[in-house]
Design a protein. Structure first.
Length: 401
């Protein structure tokens, strides 16, 4: 007589199943709470709908070493449309879609957030960024440069479907969450991640702010996948191709530290990043690292800071108020090293950024850079060199609405 139940049903759930169940459980609780809050808000006329979006159009150029052709491109870097619904001070439902340069449409941030009235805690479920890196957490509207630090791209920071708990008391923040994968790539296709970030502002006055922070992320790729690590082109127009570090890992762990000083119309910032990969018994482990330092100043405006990241830039007098707008300028040295025992690639980049904010909604953002890339992957490229240098520029027209 057969057993009336399957013995494998008694086996403990896999880590992926645990992650999925917790995300779905938290999502169900918040979705149910949001539905009740929306119904009450509609009855009390306490519902606020806030549409918005952004358009970033880039004119790009890149000039490489002798023998490589110059490259020019006009690109739609971002075109996003968002809709946020707020229910009093407690509930936020936010969604944002993006149209890429090739015409494809995908979902960016899609989440529900609940912050109990009077509490320093909040709860979030949906597609959001894993809580890592000061540069990554800042909005592209207010990040210092048109492209983020190299390590944020090489280490594959991205949005993913998950749940998180956050603490914020004005000068300190702690965020921790568990995540599946990006919903545009199949949220439950096998991999998962856990991440956390803590920040503190031991100095936070009207004159200056000192920010310190650290973050960690652990990822597993799942049974049918492997993580790979690339040096992507410095800009979409760069003549240097994307370079594969030649590593396929089943899991990795990221550790990062960050420090920022805002003092009136000047600022300085820096991050260090470390990634340890697990490639399996036959391939061993590889350790990558990167980071940057930058300094900048502003005229007619200033950087703002809130909850562990940069906020909207303040402009003293916009052009629509018969003023000159605001000028922001910064210089950054960026380094990424994907070296490994039998090869790998690395890059050092020097950037200069000059932004003119005519108003909160309109800005012109000019970047120039020079980058030196070296590594065995270049030998298999059309240029057959162990190292090459790119110099380029980008001019971004930024419109917010």
């Amino acid at each position: 007589m057969p057993f009336p139940f399957r013995l494998d049903a008694l086996a403990p759930p896999s880590p992926r199943q645990v992650i999925c169940r917790r995300i779905l459980r938290l999502g169900g609780v918040l979705l149910g709470g949001a539905a009740i809050a929306l119904a009450q808000a509609h009855a009390q006329s306490a519902l606020t709908i806030d549409p918005g979006g952004r358009v970033h159009v880039d004119a790009l150029s890149s000039f490489a070493d002798a023998g490589a052709p110059a490259s020019y491109k006009l690109a739609l870097r971002r075109a996003r449309l968002g809709l946020a619904a707020s229910v009093g001070d407690e509930w936020v439902i936010d969604s944002e879609i993006n149209v890429s340069d090739d015409g494809s449409v995908d979902a960016k941030s899609v989440f529900i957030q609940y912050a109990p009235r009077g509490s320093v805690f909040s709860f979030l479920v949906g597609q959001v960024k894993t809580p890592n890196s000061f540069d990554e957490m800042n909005s592209s509207n207010y990040a210092t440069f048109n492209e983020r630090a190299e390590f944020t791209r090489a280490f594959e920071f991205d949005r993913a479907l998950g749940g998180a708990v956050a603490y914020s008391d004005g000068s300190r923040t702690v965020t921790a969450g568990i995540f599946a994968e990006n919903i545009n790539d199949g949220a439950f296709s096998g991999g998962y991640a856990a991440g956390a970030r803590a920040t503190a502002a031991p100095i936070m006055t009207e004159a200056r702010t000192l920010h310190l922070g650290a973050s960690v992320r652990y990822r597993e790729a799942g049974d049918k996948q492997r993580f790979d690590y690339d040096l992507r082109p410095t800009t979409p127009a760069s003549a240097t191709p994307s370079l594969d570090a030649g590593v396929r890992s089943s899991s990795d762990i990221f550790l990062g530290a960050e420090a920022v000083l805002l003092a009136g119309n000047i600022w300085a910032a820096g991050e260090v990043a470390y990634l340890d990969t697990e490639s399996g018994p036959s391939n061993g482990d590889d350790v990558f690292h990167g980071g940057y330092v930058e300094a900048g100043f502003s005229l007619g405006g200033s950087q703002t800071y809130k909850n562990g990241k940069l906020g909207a830039r303040e402009i003293e007098a916009t052009v629509f108020e018969d003023g000159p707008g605001a000028l922001f300028a910064a210089i950054r040295y960026d380094h990424i090293d994907l070296a490994r025992a039998n090869g790998g690639s690395s890059r050092q980049t020097l950037k200069l950024g000059i932004d003119w904010f005519a108003s909160d909604e309109l800005a012109l953002r000019f970047n120039i850079f020079t980058a030196r890339t070296q590594g065995e992957a270049l030998l298999s490229s059309p240029f057959s060199k162990e190292a090459r240098r790119d110099t380029g520029a980008s001019l971004r027209t930024q419109i917010l609405f």
